[in-house]
Design a protein around this ligand. Structure first.
Ligand code: GDG
Length: 754
């Protein structure tokens, strides 16, 4: 929670976007005794800079931003303050400092030797080190602390990427009201890969991410995989990407990151670029140019690209001397030995190919193992007749998009790996499988002879698309979605029973003379158990029900889907009413069981046979027979398979229900078929009509309780457990809250009697 001082400061200042990323947008280095400040390079820093400049220069907005991140060097204790003050003052960067050990265990360790390889489908490179994980948790905590210090009321927080997966939840625990967004820039893997993480880590990672209100991914696949992992690991289902968790909603959605289109399309005319292009062209001597620009990482498929190029030269001698591959491989993570090994491998391959095919007049590969300055990058985009972008896996890949944007004359061929996120938007590229050397070779051949008008058709279509969703649209779209989600959450939060409503309800209960309490059982009065018979009522609950029923003028009714025998055996001795089988049977206080509507049960054997087929198909599921209904429970089955089977079963049953007088109720991990004339609402009305109640409260937790809520008079307190769209007027966050509420009704009314 914010304190009053923070609130005052916030009232006087414009709203801010607080961005958190591992690397700050400013990289600090040392020169002799002073610090040198440089803009950080990389897709995120560059891209967001463009968005922020646009928003902050607009006369209609008042938004400002600050950034929390590591400034790229380790500093001693005494230097920290000095550097920190300078970064805050001059760059609005609130630094988080990392020491050597953290760089080793958190950054090189958990980030880049566990998450990075695993999420890019290189499980054999992933290291599972407890020490790395512990360091990751600690550094995430430090980021969270820094953010909590920095955030003011009214701010929006946007956390970036895989280095900070735990931060959303850590911040939420302290500052729940702040809108928190999270964006993952790398792929989110399928469950089969994600589950390779030790179980406690994987649960913490997902819970960490779910701490955000909005979680963004580049592609729909990553979003789906994330939601499937949430279901499999944490058991939370989603509806249209929304997961209900601890009384609020967290949403996963797709936002493919764009580029600063105008910057790349206009840059080629700049004088620096023209000069750089002339220099490069001189060396190339009229040959056709294939460009390749990557960070030197095993995910980028650089070796395969070289092998494909060699295969092409081998098969097409007519191109010798007429084509060059201009390859930039920017060094990366060189303190990890795997990366040093790749550098050696690539150096050797380049040497081998140049030695084998080249001659005094022609070098087949121009290779640079250093990043190039921006002007040279654009010059390369301009010179490249073909761009070879063939990562084995890539969250998005902005090089492909930048190349397309920079082709102002409409020529150029993009050869693009199907394993990149960018492929979803760049379908007009020549798409290849990066493991298939033959396919890349063929694509090179095809690109070299592609007619100009064909090139133009493809490039222009892609350009239009990239223009329509550029970096500013991406960031704007994400932040707008975050804010509208926050609004939705506010309306949900308004239904959650707060202290004031609770007090009013208690007062109303105390002063009323004729009270009716309609209470569902499973999920409402007791938590779900593995099998129905294990959910026996605890003694404490029996006492609560007894005491409630003992308050003069109070009628308590259990409104359950359970069968009569079970309800009788558990509650038969209490002075309360019972409604069984979702309203098929009713037993009033002191009375006997009665059928509410005459019904047949001759359809039950047929439905049981259908359900039994599903028991055989879904291990862990089982059938429960009751007198006028039959249920298929799947709580203990594999969650993901169960969802699929449940949908299929409902389909099958819909056909059956169309020709028979039955209805299908899809409850919480149970599908139940019963006579169409019954529901909890109709049964409850029976009780309601017996007296002139001046206090009515109905509490339930699943879809079958919605009938109950709908049937209640407007004046009734209808309460659904869990945050879901519901006809109930109020929500309680969890089952335990129901028990707390019932207890307080008892103690409140006994207070009156004293
Ligand atoms: C993550 C994900 C996702 C590259 N080499 C040079 C250079 N660059 C610039 C490019 C581009 C950026 O760096 C690299 O873009 P990537 O798409 O590869 O992104 P990363 O930041 O490495 O990584 C990736 C991205 O986040 C965005 O979400 O696409 O999948 O791994 O802008 O132009 N710039 C200069 N010289 C170089 O040598 N000047």
């Amino acid at each position: 929670m914010f304190n009053s001082k923070q609130r005052e400061t916030a009232d006087a200042a414009p709203s801010r976007l607080v961005i958190a990323s591992n690397r700050a947008p400013v990289t600090v280095s040392r020169r002799r005794r002073s610090f040198v400040f440089k803009e950080s390079i990389g897709g995120l820093a560059t891209g967001l800079r463009a968005y922020l400049e646009k928003v902050e220069s607009s006369p209609t907005t008042e938004q400002k931003h600050v950034w929390v991140g590591w400034p790229g060097l380790t500093v001693s204790g005494s230097e920290k303050e000095e550097l920190s003050a300078k970064l805050v003052e001059e760059f609005s960067v609130y630094p988080v400092f990392l020491d050597e050990q953290e760089l080793d265990c958190y950054y090189n360790g958990f980030c880049n030797s566990t998450i990075w390889p695993l999420f890019h489908y290189f499980p054999s490179y992933a290291v599972y080190e407890k020490g790395y994980w512990e360091s990751y948790v600690r550094v995430n905590e430090r980021f969270a602390e820094r953010l909590v210090e920095t955030l003011r009321p009214g701010d929006t927080l946007w956390i970036q990427d895989y280095h900070l997966l735990l931060v959303p939840r850590m911040v939420r625990e302290k500052l729940g009201g702040t809108p928190i967004g999270f964006f993952l820039h790398i792929p989110f893997p399928s469950f089969e890969i994600f589950r390779l993480l030790p179980s406690s880590w994987r649960a913490e990672i997902l819970e960490g991410m779910l701490g955000a209100d909005l979680i963004g991914f580049h592609t729909h696949d990553y979003t789906r995989y994330f939601l499937r992992c949430v279901l499999n690991v944490l058991g939370y289902e989603h509806s249209l990407g929304e997961v209900s968790i601890e009384g609020r909603i967290s949403k996963a959605d797709t936002f493919p990151m764009g580029i600063d289109y105008v910057k790349y399309s206009e840059a080629s005319a700049g004088p620096g670029v023209v000069k750089a292009r002339q220099e490069l062209a001189r060396n190339i001597k009229g040959a056709r140019v294939i460009i390749s620009i990557d960070r030197l990482d095993y995910t980028k498929g650089v070796a395969n690209k070289l092998r494909a190029y060699a295969a092409f030269l081998d098969k097409s001698p007519e191109w010798h001397g007429r084509v060059v591959l201009a390859m930039v491989a920017a060094p990366s993570r060189t303190s990890i030995s795997l990366y040093r090994g790749i550098r050696r491998e690539i150096n050797e391959l380049v040497g081998e190919i140049n030695g084998r095919f080249g001659n005094i007049n022609w070098v087949p590969i121009f290779y640079q193992n250093r990043a190039v300055p921006f002007n040279s990058l654009i010059a390369l985009y301009g010179l490249g007749d073909i761009a070879l972008v063939t990562p084995l896996r890539d969250g998005m890949n902005l090089i492909a998009k930048e190349y397309v944007a920079a082709r102002t004359d409409g020529t150029g061929v993009l050869i693009l790996s199907e394993m990149t996120g960018a492929v979803k938007e760049l379908g007009e590229a020549l798409i290849v499988n990066p493991n298939d050397i033959g396919e890349i070779r063929e694509a090179i051949e095809k690109a070299l002879v592609m007619e100009n008008n064909e090139q133009e058709k493809r490039i222009r279509t892609m350009q239009t698309r990239l223009q329509q969703y550029n970096i500013a649209d991406w960031a704007g779209d994400f932040l707008e979605s975050l804010h509208s989600l926050k609004e939705k959450q506010k309306s949900i939060a308004a239904k959650i029973m707060g202290e004031k409503v609770k007090r009013d309800l208690e007062d109303h209960f105390r002063t009323a003379t004729e009270r009716l309490l309609l209470l569902d059982y499973d999920g409402t009065l007791v938590p779900f158990a593995e099998t129905p018979e294990l959910a026996t009522p605890p003694v404490e609950l029996i006492t609560i029900l007894e005491e409630l029923a003992g308050i003069p003028g109070t009628e308590v009714a259990l409104v359950s889907g359970r069968d009569r025998t079970t309800l009788d055996s558990w509650f038969g001795d209490l002075d309360i009413a019972l409604i069984a089988e979702h309203g098929a049977w009713i037993k009033t206080r002191g009375g006997d069981w009665e059928i509410i509507e005459p019904m047949t049960s001759d359809w039950i054997p047929q439905v049981t046979r259908i359900l039994q087929r599903y028991v055989n198909r879904l291990p862990g599921s089982f059938v429960e027979r009751k007198s006028f209904s039959v249920a298929w429970h799947y709580r203990n089955a594999d969650v993901e398979l169960a969802q699929v089977k449940a949908k299929k079963l409902v389909d099958d049953l819909v056909n059956f229900a169309a020709n028979n007088k039955v209805q299908i109720l899809h409850g919480n991990k149970v599908i139940e078929v019963n006579g169409e004339k019954v529901d909890k609402g109709k049964a409850a009305l029976r009780l309601l009509s017996r007296r002139n109640y001046n206090f009515v409260m109905a509490v339930g937790d699943d879809r079958t309780d919605e009938d109950l809520f709908v049937a209640m008079p407007d004046s009734a307190y209808t309460i659904r457990v869990g945050v879901q769209p519901s006809h109930a007027r109020l929500n309680l966050k969890e089952q335990k809250d129901v028990i707390r509420l019932l207890r307080s009704l008892i103690s409140n009314s006994s207070g009156r009697n004293q």
